[in-house]
Design a protein around this ligand. Sequence first.
Ligand SMILES: C[S@@+](CC[C@H](N)C(=O)[O-])C[C@H]1O[C@@H](n2cnc3c(N)ncnc32)[C@H](O)[C@@H]1O
Length: 225
Amino acid sequence: MNERNNDNDLLKYFENNPGRLIHKWMHYFEIYERHLSRFRNQEIHVVEIGVNYGGSLQMWKKYFGDNAYIYGVDIKKQCKQLEEERIKIIIGNQENRNFLKQMKNLCPRIDILIDDGGHRMLQQINTFEELFPHISENGVYICEDLHTSYWANFGGGYRNPNSFIEYSKTLIDKLNAWHSKDTESFQVTDFTRSAYSMHYYDSVLVIEKRKMENPVVRKTGNKLF
Ligand SMILES: C[S@@+](CC[C@H](N)C(=O)[O-])C[C@H]1O[C@@H](n2cnc3c(N)ncnc32)[C@H](O)[C@@H]1O
């Protein structure tokens, strides 16, 4: 545990894990604390795609508190047996847009979505396109293990236009579309109106949502010359 992580409750939970197996890169814990701590001890609905042995779902339940409702999504049917109080498991394929559309009915409210599923390009892109608009107005979207965007065996490759990392770069333009002078090919979209910030870390993209409006620039104070 480095100094920055001294107060990191998720990391403490992980290191003393009393529950099922958790599989995370160690530098993710600081990222979680930075973006997710504000949701603790409130009513909160969390979806994690990628259940595996169910340990991370138990970690989220403990971390967010008694009003946290956790939904795990996995393609493996046996994950269903990992359900417990306030942890619901949904079986399905995150690459399948019909399944993702059904997710909106199964999870009518999602405040935080963590994509730790199959990490293939279409899985990440389809999940983002179907579910990002469904996340609460002040929610958070996290896509993990972006390094697969550089790996051919996951459908990626350096600067491969089909990779999730290249796809996500187009979102940076959309975030800034308020300033477009080319309104034919570069316009304000729903993403522009609903994404407050994008944070890139090694292998992780965090997008914080907020209702956005045309930015305002002002000047105050006196001129010297
Ligand atoms: C890295 S593990 C999840 C680890 C877990 N979140 C943790 O922290 O312990 C990835 C999981 O994604 C699931 N998965 C793979 N492809 C999937 C898909 N297309 N749709 C849904 N889940 C998928 C796998 O079955 C596996 O259980």
